[in-house]
Design a protein around this ligand. Structure first.
Ligand code: ADP
Ligand code: MG
Length: 508
């Protein structure tokens, strides 16, 4: 069988306000292939896919579909060429049923087209892919994994045979991820061409035939998945190899530093808050929390840092109950926080770097004597931290909002770790960061562990947790429903607990 490219990018470029999001990108995608596009945040992956899906028009080069140059003036035009995209954020009407959502995407299904016929066509698509979907269920009742399937069926119903997935597993549990990869495989076997955007290299190598790597808007190369390794792809993505992570130090567990006993808290608006959550973390230990978001992650951070007063139970810091204390007080007792929303909770954007680095610490005797701030002491300390944490900036007087995401996160780390906290709460600490910056953040968390801190790591990235944590707790419906050590459970088993399978906590 002759393999022919179904899509070709030829010298494609796209600029936004002078920034080259894509520049001179050329590669071909074969019919029926799973072709992955990988790269760090900001590398230009989404932009390139949006060009193909007709959301933007290239301002240089050409896109060819089945050998013909195309110039899409909108997503509809791309649909007519058989191209559809499952976006990072789903585009479904919550109140409508699955069937209604699928039909919505097709003008031809309105009006007189017999609904029965449409239903049969959708059912046939589901059957071919081995999907079970209750077409009359309203979308709002569906878990994320099923919503994604609705998006996929929607594209197929419209006649799509070139399907683009932009970071599709970012929102999925491990079990849902395995199902999706399976589904992609079977679609490609049925002749669909799949463009798979991701930065999770293990998934990419499991599913893709070919991988194109982007860096800073440019194509670094296109390689066969069978002829490459994760290490090589990382090197292509970041332009250097990763420093091998230091040998994990064996740390003797220290004293019990953080203990939550049957903590309850009410929800602000959310359906789920804490409902009898218990966990214990010793010094020198990283305790990872995994779970589907919205099961109490934010509230857990809140009750440990003093942002939320629990309505029941105890939060003990080295034996003392801190439940209900104010945030500054809890901080002063030695709880550091790397917040999930680093720009809203962690930094004051308009203030200079040095002031952000010293937030909440200006009264410490080391910086302030008899009520008088020592400018020199402050600046020396901040300059030292900037060097230690490798923060790239022009001046410590520049507003912190002018730094890159990775460097802003390093400012927070430098501040929080500079105080040598007894307990460090890290919530999604590397979300949105480049590989290089993420590596540094992880190294610092390990260093805090070695220095004897109790680290509470809350992350949506299961791989991250399994790599860093000494122990892991699965958070479901406001409680830790299962504890284990990395390696004890398979990702699929973990996913089972994340979805509420199994109830009892394993006794300590
Ligand atoms: N609509 C836009 N307006 C301005 N800049 C954009 C826009 N979309 C993307 N960019 C910029 O283009 C670059 C590539 O972004 P993107 O394609 O989203 O990367 P990726 O998906 O690989 O993370 C980034 O620097 C981003 O800030
Ligand atoms: Mg993107």
């Amino acid at each position: 069988m002759q393999i022919r490219p179904v899509i070709e990018f030829r010298g494609v470029g796209k600029r936004f306000a002078g920034i080259a999001a894509n520049e001179d990108i050329s590669f071909a995608v074969n019919q029926g292939a799973v072709h992955a596009v990988v790269g760090e945040n900001g590398a230009g992956k989404t932009t390139l896919m949006n060009l193909l899906a007709g959301l933007y028009r290239p301002d240089a080069g050409n896109i060819l579909v089945r050998g013909e140059p195309v110039d899409f003036h909108g997503p509809q035009a791309a649909h007519h060429a058989g191209i559809g995209m499952v976006h990072q954020h789903f585009m479904l009407v919550e109140r409508f049923t699955i069937l209604q959502n699928i039909l919505l995407s097709c003008e031809s299904s309105y009006g007189l087209l017999p609904q029965l016929q449409a239903r049969q066509k959708v059912s046939a698509i589901c059957r071919r892919l081995g999907l079970t979907l209750d077409l009359d269920a309203t979308v709002e009742t569906l878990p994320v994994g099923l919503r994604q399937r609705v998006e996929i069926v929607k594209l197929l119903y419209r006649g799509g045979d070139i399907l683009i997935f932009d970071e599709p597993t970012a929102v999925l549990t491990p079990g849902e991820t395995a199902d999706l990869l399976e589904l992609l495989r079977s679609m490609s076997q049925q002749g669909k061409t799949i463009l798979y955007v991701s930065h999770k290299l293990s998934e990419v190598l499991a599913i893709a035939d070919t991988v194109s790597v982007l860096r800073q808007g440019r194509l670094v190369g296109t390689v066969g998945a069978a002829e490459t390794t994760q290490g090589q792809l990382v090197e292509m993505m970041i332009g250097r190899s990763l420093t091998p992570s230091a040998e994990r130090q064996t740390v003797t567990a220290g004293p019990l530093l953080l203990a939550l006993n049957a903590v309850h808290c009410r929800d602000g608006r959310r359906a789920k808050a804490l409902q009898g959550l218990s966990l214990q973390i010793r010094g020198g230990e990283i305790y990872g929390v995994v779970g589907v978001s919205g099961n109490g992650q934010q509230e857990l951070t809140g009750v440990v840092t003093g942002e939320i007063a629990p309505t029941g139970g105890a939060v003990k810091l080295a034996g003392d109950n801190i439940a209900g204390m104010s945030m500054p007080k809890v901080r002063n007792l030695g709880v550091g926080l790397i917040p999930e929303d680093r720009d809203r909770q962690g930094l004051v954007g308009a203030l200079p770097v040095w002031e952000n680095m010293l937030l909440g610490q200006l009264r410490l005797p080391q910086f302030c004597h008899r009520g008088i701030l020592s400018g020199a002491a402050c600046r020396n300390y901040v300059a030292e931290q900037v060097r230690r944490f490798g923060i790239r900036l022009a001046s410590i007087d520049q507003p912190v909002c002018s730094l890159s995401g990775g460097n802003r996160q390093k400012v927070i780390l430098a501040r929080e770790l500079g105080r040598q906290p007894r307990v460090l709460v890290a919530s999604q600490p590397v979300r949105g960061l480049d590989i290089g910056a993420a590596e540094m953040v992880h190294a610092q968390m390990m260093a805090a562990r070695e220095a004897g801190a109790a680290v509470l790591l809350i992350s949506a990235d299961l791989d991250e947790v399994l790599e860093l944590a000494d122990r892991v707790g699965v958070l479901y419906a406001g409680r830790i429903v299962r504890e284990f050590r990395p390696g004890e459970l398979s990702p699929v088993e973990i996913g089972h607990y994340m979805l509420g399978g199994g109830q009892a906590v394993k006794p300590q």
